[in-house]
Design a protein around this ligand. Structure first.
Ligand SMILES: NC(=O)c1ccc[n+]([C@@H]2O[C@H](COP(=O)([O-])OP(=O)(O)OC[C@H]3O[C@@H](n4cnc5c(N)ncnc54)[C@H](OP(=O)(O)O)[C@@H]3O)[C@@H](O)[C@H]2O)c1
Length: 325
């Protein structure tokens, strides 16, 4: 079938393109042409999705059967896609757990938790708006994947890559004294292939797309990083209060770490529907090893998406925390 990827050249979209090609589709990408090119055999359509004329002009009569949308970050982007693509047979959209107005801190018991209804142009309200307009344009044919933490090769958000690179350098690595904190993640390749399949099947409705709650812990993930990199790094656990007092921002400076109180509910996300719809969850060990293999092999460093700061612990903060132990 003719499958259009809105996006397709950086991280999740890149893997969606690969999965769609593997499944025999006639694939087109729609991007501005600023951050890379799709592989040979893919129709590379160009335009800014915030411009209402751009998508119809680029399609120029090529009518997709299916859409996987990985690039929606604004209200006009959603409105324009809804206007141009309302007749497709299946549309799989990448939203976020941030579409829920109650998350963080959560918990998220199922897909019926409230979503943002506000007019703000923040990330969560924009995703919730996109879900509403696209869902109305494609009744019964619009699936919205409310993604949690996505990791794997080509990760330009660089949370797991930062840990891998830091642990690979070895020595004493500051870790929060919260290694038993549960973590759930979804491998980008599992999510990408599943999105293509959901569009093919014309599945609809919201789905919390992350790994099963309790699939690993912060400590389990970091131990996999040490194994994958063959590092002799020593984890120097600091009481949670120390990094907070030193000005460390959870999630940003120590990626994937949330203070105990937030972690208790934020990682508690019900993924029953994702499991029922067959979202795979490959072993964490494989995700970590493949991400490390990619990091070692790639000279290219994509910018972080929509202006997010680069994650990681600044050296001066790390030194101060180690000295205080
Ligand atoms: N990473 C996570 O942990 C996480 C968690 C929850 C949800 N999500 C969501 O998952 C998705 C991740 O997607 P990705 O960034 O990896 O997808 P991607 O499709 O690989 O990359 C983003 C694409 O969007 C294109 N693009 C950006 N602005 C555009 C515009 N105005 N008009 C047309 N094309 C545009 C970019 O190409 P050009 O620059 O060439 O235009 C690029 O191809 C996002 O929707 C994100 O909100 C991510």
């Amino acid at each position: 079938m003719r499958l259009l990827v809105l996006g397709g050249t950086v991280f999740l979209g890149r893997h969606v393109v690969t999965a769609a090609l593997d499944r025999g589709h006639d694939v087109a990408t729609f991007t501005r042409g600023l951050t890379g090119r799709p592989p040979d055999g893919v129709r590379a359509l160009h335009g800014d999705r915030d411009d209402p004329e751009a998508l119809p002009r680029a399609l120029d009569g090529w009518a997709p059967d299916l859409v996987v949308d990985t690039s929606c970050q604004s209200r006009p982007a959603a409105d324009n896609a809804a206007a141009a693509l309302g007749s497709v047979r299946g549309y799989a959209f990448t939203s976020s757990l941030n579409a829920y107005s109650t998350w963080p801190p959560g918990p998220i018991r199922g897909e019926d938790e409230p979503v943002w209804e506000s007019d703000e142009d923040d990330y969560g309200p924009v995703k919730a708006h996109a879900e509403r307009v696209l869902g109305a344009a494609l009744p019964g044919r619009f699936l919205t994947a409310r993604a949690g933490l996505i990791v794997g090769p080509h990760d330009n958000v660089r949370r797991l890559p930062w840990w891998l690179e830091r642990i690979a350098r070895g020595g004493r690595v500051v870790v929060p004294d919260a290694l038993d904190q549960p973590i759930a993640l979804v491998d980008v390749r599992d999510l990408a292939g599943w999105l293509v399949e959901m569009a093919e099947r014309g599945e609809s409705g919201p789905v919390n797309t992350t790994g099963p709650a309790g699939m690993t812990t912060l400590g389990g993930l970091l131990a996999e990083c040490r194994t994958a990199t063959g590092s002799d790094a020593e984890f120097a656990a600091v009481p949670e209060e120390d990094p907070l007092a030193a000005g460390v921002e959870p999630w940003l400076h120590l990626p994937l770490w949330l203070p105990r109180e937030a972690a208790r509910t934020a990682w508690d996300v019900d993924t029953t529907r994702a499991r029922a719809l067959g979202l795979p969850s490959r072993p964490v060990q494989e995700t970590v090893a493949d991400t490390w293999a990619w990091l070692q092999g790639t000279p290219e460093r994509q910018p972080t998406p929509h202006g997010l700061p680069e994650p990681g612990l600044p050296e001066e903060l790390e030194s101060a925390l180690l000295a205080a132990r």
